[in-house]
Design a protein around this ligand. Sequence first.
Ligand code: PAF
Length: 283
Amino acid sequence: MSVPIIRSVGELRATVADWRREGAKIAVVPTMGALHEGHLSLVRAALEQAGRVIVTLFVNPKQFNSAADLAAYPRTEEADAAKLAPLGAHLLYAPNIGEMYPDGFATTVTVSGVSEGLCGAYRPGHFEGVATVVAKLFLQTAADLAFFGEKDFQQLHVVRRMARDLDIPISVIGCPTVREPDGLALSSRNVRLSPAERQVAPKLASVLFDAAARIAGGAPVDETLAKARSEIVSAGYAQVEYLELRGDEDLSRMSRLDRPARLLAAAWLGETRLIDNIKVPVG
Ligand code: PAF
């Protein structure tokens, strides 16, 4: 069995209208392709909660702040479709660039607050690109539910805020990060790691898990984060962009563990930028 591929908004809307007439609940799983087990776990979660599941595949140029990063992004549509078919996804919506951003396109969705700091500080324009394309995908698919990975935790908050603020009637559901057996969070960027870098990569997660446990156990936040930063660099990472404790519910800054929290990090391993985050329970 193969998954039908649709490339135009018109055809997508017609299919969704048929599903609506059948009374089906519709879910969307937005992706940029290069599907891995993390994406597939979102599709499985969507299939559990909705009668029809649309996976979108669009490598969104507006969210890349480096032309080299955009050019290097893996494009594997055929393999992606082959991974989706056995799961039972109902549709792959893969518009081309002209369909998504026709000539004269001039609108940008900006979400303040939760987009600021963390990745927002290092990737100017990134979350505007994400919010703009995800708003379009929500409106184009008119889905009831949308599934996102917690690995991009700030993105999850940005998308939730955007949908709430624009009154888009969709429930945004965050799903747990899927990890390799050695702890490395799955990411489409992991394929760029050299064998030597791949050996070092899981150290980011292990340092985060360790620091989260120490903070949960009462260790002082600032000292613990400073030690964790130096452990990440000693392991072989070139640079830690950020390592911060933020509120789990609203991404507000925290210097004491007085509410449920997330430890979030971005670090460079050679030419590859990896991000990860871990929940820090309180009490
Ligand atoms: O997480 C991603 O792959 C992208 O940021 C998304 C949500 C598909 C928007 O392009």
